[in-house]
Write a protein that binds this ligand. Structure first.
Ligand SMILES: Cc1ncc(COP(=O)(O)O)c(C=O)c1O
Length: 426
């Protein structure tokens, strides 16, 4: 009955991320207690962290002025000035970055930060050229894939695959073949990477930053899981920032996804534009997360919570899941785990898997195990449809209780073995 615009069709039509979230949400709602939910990106409820948020909320309620301002006021579109000053202070104090409040803008979650950044930098330019975002390594975060309001926005570069031992591997940026063409507006990576748990090394980041500045374009580093908070990074890395870098942060994986708080740290020209976009799209941003966290930025507690509670919690979860995989998979079929260097996921690769990962997902779903088929995370690859690796991987979240993770992995092993047996190749 009603016609939709091209933009309406792109954003309002079905997309990988909306189908996936819907599928997972319904399966969870209807699946009952037996569903093994290894699919979503939901952070764990870590009791000491949840307790700290409850305590902060009580403090805010008791200090009436703080609560009334948080829920009863519109903040400026750039974000709450007290929060921004506190964050700039922390970044100067702890890392020596030359950052003032004009280098920071708040958004309604990290997802919105990316929508704004991609459209600020890429798309149709004043001279009519179309610019794209370069992903120097895929698989990459599926949440970027459908954000473009017009044409395809991403050009992705396949990685170099490094085999480690019998059952591990790691993706590396393939600098030998990486090309930054004239139509590239920015380079973007998530670090740690969703879905793989890869953490690009300091050298890789430094090299990308040099390439970006040589081309006069920014390097966007998505720190949704990264430094300085929530710092779900298991390798030794150094947080960096300078004016050619755009860092995004989020309070979500610190246990506050419901507050929808994203942060951009960038050149003032970028943050001013983001603040203007926030005003147009949403007037101002959600205040509550900023109010809860502000004193913890001032005291530095946000870093100790990240380093002493959040990171070790997920490191243990990752180790447990890897142990279960080794135990359950044994030598039953070929598999490799991406080296787990951060974030909330294990990325499993089944070389030469006789069925596509989407089919494996369907079979697992029938058995009550929800994972995400890896093919969703390979987007922006021009002319690489025949790359079978895209259909041989899956992402599983390891944040659930141990029994759920162990049972889920046991069932994954059974289904993969079954696929091999029915292909007659085992
Ligand atoms: C890599 C990555 N970036 C950004 C986001 C967006 O998170 P939020 O909008 O909750 O800040 C996510 C969410 O899971 C993510 O995994």
């Amino acid at each position: 009955m009603f016609d939709f615009s091209l933009m309406g069709q792109r954003l309002g039509g079905p997309s990988g991320i909306s189908e996936l979230m819907d599928d997972l949400g319904h399966a969870l709602a209807q699946g009952g207690p037996d569903v093994k939910m290894l699919g979503g990106g939901q952070p764990a409820h870590i009791e000491p962290i949840d307790a700290r948020w409850r305590e902060r909320f009580r403090e805010m309620l008791e200090n009436r002025d703080e609560f009334d301002r948080a829920v009863g006021n519109y903040d400026p579109p750039r974000g709450n000035p007290g929060f921004i000053d506190a964050l700039a202070g922390l970044l100067r104090r702890e890392f020596g970055w030359d950052i003032g409040s004009d280098h920071i803008a708040v958004t309604a979650g990290g997802q919105t930060a990316f929508f704004f950044l991609f459209h600020l930098l890429a798309g149709e330019m004043p001279d009519g050229r179309l610019k794209k975002i370069l992903l120097p390594l895929v698989p990459e975060y599926i949440g970027y894939a459908n954000q473009s309001v017009r044409n395809e926005m991403f050009r992705a570069h396949p990685p170099r695959i490094e085999w480690i031992g019998d059952h591990e591997f790691k993706y590396r940026v393939d600098f030998d073949t990486l090309e930054v063409a004239d139509d590239i507006a920015a380079i973007c990576v998530s670090r740690p990477t969703n879905p793989t748990g890869n953490v690009l090394t300091d050298e890789e980041i430094e090299k990308l930053a040099v390439i970006a500045s040589q081309h006069g374009i920014p390097l966007i580093i998505d720190n949704a899981y990264g430094a300085p908070f929530p710092n779900i990074i298991f390798t030794d890395t150094k947080p960096i920032w300078h004016e050619h870098l755009i860092l995004t942060l989020s309070l979500s994986k610190l246990g506050l996804p419901g507050t929808r708080t994203g942060i951009i740290v960038a050149h003032p020209k970028i943050t001013a534009a983001i603040a203007n976009m926030s005003a147009v799209v949403g007037l101002s941003n959600p205040n509550v997360g900023q109010a809860m966290v502000r004193p913890m930025l001032e005291s530095g507690e946000i870093l100790s919570l990240s380093n002493d509670v959040v990171r070790p919690y997920y490191l243990n979860k990752s180790r447990f899941a890897q142990h279960c995989v080794k135990d359950a998979f044994g030598d039953r079929f070929p598999y490799r785990i991406h080296r787990s260097e951060g974030a909330l996921f294990l990325w499993l690769w089944f070389p030469d898997l006789p069925i596509k990962s989407k089919e494996l997902y369907e079979r697992l779903k029938k058995r009550g195990v929800l994972i995400i088929s890896g093919h969703y995370f390979f987007f922006g690859l021009e002319g690489r449809d025949s790359w079978s690796h895209q259909h041989e991987c899956l992402r599983m979240t390891f944040t659930m209780p141990e029994q759920v993770v162990a049972d889920g992995i046991r069932i994954i092993a059974e289904e993969v073995e079954m696929a091999w047996r029915s292909s007659g190749n085992v």
